[in-house]
Design a protein around this ligand. Structure first.
Ligand code: RRO
Length: 304
């Protein structure tokens, strides 16, 4: 089964990549799999400046998924280029740099700081949808105009841009259209679902972010991701989609592909098994081969 896919103008040897936030800022997963064999490695969102993130605890294991309130901790784009990117390049990974900002100007500066980056960076994922910000519910990805403004401000990165959008709004289909109109080559669907966990014994919030809760990921949100990918694909059939949310094996990956995704990202599954991205890739290849499917790309939007 041919495993290569295209996400807009970006050609990848496999549709399976890591999800932002799960592979760290660099080559943390290199000890567990050949990063060059994955479709791409998407690094944790970087801002123009270093950022300390939220107080601990930052993760909580929920019944069917995981809550996180990391709060965008990171070294900033320039330090990442100097300290982390070389190991990814040495591992032969295709890198997707994820960027974020607390203002349009922050996004602009993060994009400018990526200008002239090496060819190993094949795309830039513009994260408009982190639920763990001071802005809380007022995310860029909840508003088509704010989304368009950020995309207009990030051209200077010089790479195809994928807009990472939020499932926490009924306007996600409209926002995806606005992102495409403003220059996004693809959309990554979806970021985490806003959640909250309370400790019954201490009667306190489980996560250090307190009342701001955290983002729910993993098995619990897989059907949410399938729904959003499906609805965006129906409304914007020409817009490439990277599907993410609860991908843990071939079946969960294939669901997102059939719903309209051209590629998928593996996130939460990596915390239980750091080899999850390469395992899903192998599982997907076997799944296709057993069914005589000649090319994984033909699954995209193949829902009957
Ligand atoms: O760092 C985080 O808290 C975080 C980010 Br940037 C994001 O996009 N999604 C998420 O669940 N957590």
């Amino acid at each position: 089964c041919a495993m290569d896919v295209e996400v807009g103008s970006v050609r990848l040897p496999s549709p399976v990549m890591t999800a932002s936030g799960t592979a760290g800022h660099g080559a943390e997963l290199a000890a567990y799999q050949d990063l060059s064999a994955l479709g791409a490695v998407v690094v944790k969102s970087l801002s123009a400046d270093p950022w300390p993130g939220n107080p601990a605890p930052r993760v909580h294991a929920a019944a069917a998924g995981m809550l996180n309130s990391v709060g965008l901790q990171g070294p900033g784009v320039a330090a990442w280029r100097a300290d982390d990117l070389p190991a990814l390049a040495a591992a032969g990974a295709r890198v997707v740099a994820s960027i974020w900002g607390r203002s349009v100007d922050d996004y602009r500066r993060a994009a400018e700081a990526l200008a002239g980056v090496g060819d190993e960076v094949v795309a830039v994922e513009v994260n408009l949808s982190c639920p763990n910000t001071e802005a809380g519910r007022d995310l860029f990805a909840h508003d088509p105009d704010a989304t368009a403004e950020v995309l207009a401000a990030t051209v200077a990165c010089g790479r195809p841009r994928w807009a990472k959008l939020s499932p926490n709004t009924p306007r996600v289909v409209e926002v995806a259209g606005a992102a495409a109109d403003a220059g996004a080559e693809a959309v990554t669907l979806v970021n985490t679902v806003m959640g909250l966990a309370i400790d019954p014994e201490t009667r306190t919030y489980r996560l250090g972010a307190g009342e701001r809760g955290g983002g729910l990921s993993g098995a619990a949100i897989h059907p949410v991701a399938v729904r959003v990918v499906h609805d965006v694909h129906r409304a914007h059939p020409g817009l490439p989609i990277v599907g993410v949310g609860g991908v843990a094996d071939a079946a969960t990956a294939v669901e997102l592909l059939l719903a309209g995704a051209s590629a998928v990202q593996v996130g939460t599954a990596t915390f239980a098994d750091p080899r999850a991205p390469s395992r899903v890739q192998r599982d997907l290849e076997h799944w296709c081969r057993r069914r005589g499917i000649p090319a994984v790309a033909e699954l995209t939007g193949g829902l009957r």
